[in-house]
Write a protein that binds this ligand. Structure first.
Ligand code: COA
Length: 266
């Protein structure tokens, strides 16, 4: 259910990293449905083509959607994509930092490169996207929204890499809110809990037994839908949140209230 009218983002441009699947694609489609021109960025070109087709279906206009291939770990690929987006759509009003990686593993069982890969995608990638987007962001009026996680502030076994990376994302969010607030740019994050239809949840809770264990440790006793996460993200990207910056909006059904110790069972 939505309280936002269609067209609330008419004339706006959004850029979504990792926007070719999962929560990020749902956010990209929601922003498009609200009227924004949307560019999605991701390294898998097959997924990119599919996401683009879905976005065009939402907008009904191929001129309002773009896919750019790249990896948030490679700064120059982001720079090129922002340039391409600016050439196609003008300045960028909304940046969503969604690209993320995850796999469950104890700290000593993952390789140093496994740890580094997640930190590089989640944290360094978020910094890269913010830095490369800055020149193109609308000032005043720009919005940055990062997709964080409860692991940023709740320690979780098997998730040392994600906890470290997402804690960094939350701090980066708050620092950039301070540095960019005077220019009229709002910088926030959402921390989704378990969401149906995502690769992350398929990896972390693939079996029915595991799904039940996860849901039993959520106050609302269920997973979120992609639409629910997209709606929360939309709120932070609209003028309805015009005085919200430096905020980490926890949208986890109350999962973090219970802690994440149960992840030791993975
Ligand atoms: N368990 C332990 N280590 C793993 C792993 C797993 N399930 N999956 C990947 N790794 C390690 C690899 O072994 C490699 O380290 P090595 O070079 O020492 O062997 C390192 O991670 C990088 O793996 P690689 O295959 O080169 O992929 P990548 O650099 O593209 O990283 C990941 C991608 C690791 C983050 C991967 O999990 C991913 O892309 N996931 C998809 C995105 C996702 O899950 N999104 C949801 C986020 S909530």
């Amino acid at each position: 259910m939505s309280i936002f009218r269609d067209g609330i983002l008419d004339g706006k441009t959004a850029f979504v990293t990792g926007g070719t699947s999962g929560i990020n694609l749902a956010i990209a489609k929601r922003l498009a449905k609200a009227g924004a021109k949307v560019a999605v960025f991701g390294r898998n070109e097959e997924r990119g083509a599919k996401a683009l087709a879905e976005l065009v279906e939402v907008t009904g206009d191929a001129a309002k959607a773009r896919y750019f291939a790249g990896d948030v770990r490679k700064y120059e690929t982001l720079e090129a994509a922002f340039q391409g987006t600016a050439e196609a759509f003008g300045t960028i009003d909304i940046l969503v930092n969604g690209a993320a990686g995850n796999f469950p593993a104890p700290a000593v069982a993952m390789s140093p490169n496994g740890f580094k890969s997640v930190v590089d995608i989640d944290l360094l990638g978020t910094y890269h996207a913010c830095r490369a987007a800055f020149a193109h962001l609308t000032k005043p009026g720009g919005v940055v929204l990062s997709v964080s996680a409860p692991q940023a502030f709740i320690p979780a076994p098997m998730q040392a890499h994600v906890c470290a990376a997402k804690a960094g994302v939350d701090m980066l969010t708050k620092v950039l809110a301070m540095e960019w607030g005077p220019m009229g740019i709002r910088v926030n994050a959402i921390a989704p809990g378990p969401v149906d239809g995502t690769e992350g949840m398929a990896r972390l809770a693939g079996s029915e037994e595991m799904r039940k264990k996860v849901a039993d440790n959520v106050a609302l006793r269920r997973f979120a839908s992609l639409d629910e996460m997209a709606e929360t993200a939309l709120f932070l990207c609209t003028p309805a949140a015009s005085y919200v910056t430096g905020a980490i909006m926890v949208a986890d059904g109350g999962q973090s209230l219970y802690g994440l110790g149960m992840l030791a069972a993975f």
